[in-house]
Ligand binder design. Sequence first.
Ligand code: HEC
Length: 126
Amino acid sequence: MLPMRKLKIIIMQLKRICRRDFLFALIFVCGTSAVTAEITEARQAELLNLLRQDCGSCHGMTLKGGLGPALTPDALATKSGEMLVQTIIGGRPGTPMPPWAPFLSQEEAWWLVNILKEGTGVVAQP
Ligand code: HEC
């Protein structure tokens, strides 16, 4: 009887590990696809346009800084995504940085922050 019980315990533990990994995989897949699926290609083009025109008017055409600080990958490397998203959505009261909540969803702000951190938001100037 004893080895049988041991075997059952081992099987139960294996099942638990599998279930946990499966859940992690599920959360991961849903989490990433939810973010990208919501932003259509057309909307991405709009966001890039917004970044160049509106954000660029303060942060510089190439986002290297102007009235607002540089938003280059180097400048943002040590700053947390959460903080940057919060700044974009809520603005910085008492500074010229306005809140973009009326125009951008949380997901879109995250998309912009990723673009900024990767440095793919600005077409290289010749
Ligand atoms: C009217 C000018 C203005 C516009 C337009 C503007 N910003 Fe800003 N932004 C600022 C200023 C000024 C700061 C710095 C605030 C401070 O002193 O903390 C700032 C800060 C930021 C920060 C935080 C940077 C850091 O290093 O902490 C981010 C991210 C940012 N802006 C993104 C954007 C994005 C994205 C847009 C366009 C959707 C945008 N900004 C449009 C003026 C502007």
